[in-house]
Design a binder for this molecule. Structure first.
Ligand code: NIG
Length: 422
């Protein structure tokens, strides 16, 4: 038993998991919204949540934090970001705001700047970006390689990312570098580059889009990475209709991200992938989970793309995540709060649906919604006994204020693995 902390007088607790009368966590009714308790308390014991229940029956603890009626959410789980980069793409952004369309070519500009940066410069940039994310309530963070695009620089990106974030994704298949042959480069991504990054990464991703990697090339990359023991995910259907979503479902990807241009068959395929899932409570909850559709509202705004059809996906029975996609080209923000606000104001989600997607949904997309016996990692993205003590307290009485007061700095306190970090 570590030092215990009682956080009581919580005006609204967005748990996703609801406690029973003994204070032991049991799962909420499910559906698309986070479970909510009023007048709640939480006890942290070291890095874990030890108790959740009504404030009036909270046990004693070594220390006490009086929430004074504020709202508490799980820390944001940001399941999609690209933080390992140097350089600046302001000019490209300005051109876009003047009417130019986003195209993948800008990735090459960032590749040049990233290759030219020293390890220390990249470390400094990464540390600053992670600090910004934490300041906004993010407690669990995935990031991708993908601005190195040769063996040495992808390896460097993966190794540096692993120093700073919870989960690293290999995105050697982000763009075929200028002058390279697409098939030869794809073979490199599946061969020497994969072998080099393998010790640092848990996931592999591919930008399956016209102008990046074809369906055939994407399949080759994902199969090679899966064979090497990595979980797979896909950037799909961002710039137009395409094969990304169906490829992701076919290969059992944990998520397909962007999903701006979907047809009926795409939505059906995603919904079908969840058909056998009996919810987070089931013992095989991770094994039976389908392909999460990750929507990236800040990216949609910054590229002036049609907003991803989050409402339609939820209504079809698809589990969704909301993530920042922080990167220098399409979404230079790590504010998951901003993304939640946008999902409510512009995508038709309720506040608790958006909160769930940015916490439990992100955890589901990273298969961290339940504890993992293989590596002993605690579940994140929901507030329940035994889960990692990742909490985000708002300077507001309810999560509704995230949408009601857009753009306001509502983060009041953040605990990450039981440590107060904000
Ligand atoms: O997720 N779409 C591909 N990758 C990034 C953008 C990368 C860039 O333009 O630098 C994204 O939006």
């Amino acid at each position: 038993r570590g030092r215990t902390l009682l956080i009581d007088n919580i005006g609204e607790l967005s748990t996703q998991h609801l406690p029973d009368g003994d204070g032991q966590a049991v799962l909420g009714a499910g559906g698309s919204e986070a479970g909510v308790m009023r007048d709640a308390a939480v006890v942290l014991d070291g890095e874990r949540i030890a108790w959740v229940g009504p404030s009036s029956s909270a046990p004693e603890a070594d220390e006490r934090f009086d929430s004074a009626g504020r709202a508490v959410l799980p820390g944001w789980v940001d399941s999609h970001s690209h933080l390992v980069f140097a350089g600046d793409r302001t000019a490209e952004f300005e051109a876009r705001m003047a009417g130019e369309a986003y195209a993948a070519g800008g990735i090459g500009v960032t590749m040049g700047a990233t290759r030219a940066a020293s390890d220390d410069e990249l470390r400094r940039l990464l540390a600053a970006r992670v600090a910004e994310a934490v300041a906004g309530g993010t407690t669990y963070l995935e990031t991708k390689t993908g601005y190195g695009l040769d063996v040495a620089n992808e390896l460097r990106s993966a190794a540096l990312a692993a120093e700073f974030v919870d989960e690293v994704t290999y995105l050697g298949a982000h763009l075929v570098p200028a002058g390279a042959d697409a098939d030869e480069y794809t073979a490199l991504v599946c061969g020497d580059m994969l072998a080099a990054v393998r010790p640092y990464v848990r996931w592999a991703d591919v930008f399956c889009e016209t102008g990046a990697f074809s369906e055939e090339q994407s399949r080759r990359v994902l199969l090679a990475c899966r064979e090497a023991g990595l979980g797979v995910r896909v950037h799909g259907n961002q710039l137009g209709p395409g094969p990304g979503v169906r490829l992701a479902v076919e290969l059992g990807a944990a998520s397909v991200d962007h999903v701006n241009f979907l047809d009926d068959a795409d939505v059906e395929a995603l919904a079908g992938s969840w058909a056998g899932w009996t919810g987070p409570a089931s013992a095989d909850s991770a094994a039976m989970a389908g392909t999460v559709a990750t929507v990236l509202p800040a990216c949609d705004l910054s590229t002036r793309a049609p907003l991803a059809p989050a409402r339609r996906l939820i209504d079809a029975g698809v589990q969704i995540a909301i993530a920042s996609n922080c990167n220098p080209g399409t979404s230079y923000t790590s504010s998951v709060g901003f993304c939640v606000t946008t999902a409510v104001l512009q995508m038709g989600l309720s506040v608790q649906e958006a909160v769930r997607a940015a916490t439990f949904g992100g955890a589901l997309a990273l298969r961290r919604h339940v504890g993992n016996d293989v590596d002993g990692q605690r579940a994140v993205g929901s507030i329940a006994v035994g889960h990692r003590a990742d909490l985000h307290m708002l300077n507001a009485p309810s999560a509704t204020h995230l949408a009601y007061r857009p753009g306001m700095p509502l983060t009041h306190a953040v605990w990450r693995a039981g440590q107060r970090v904000v």
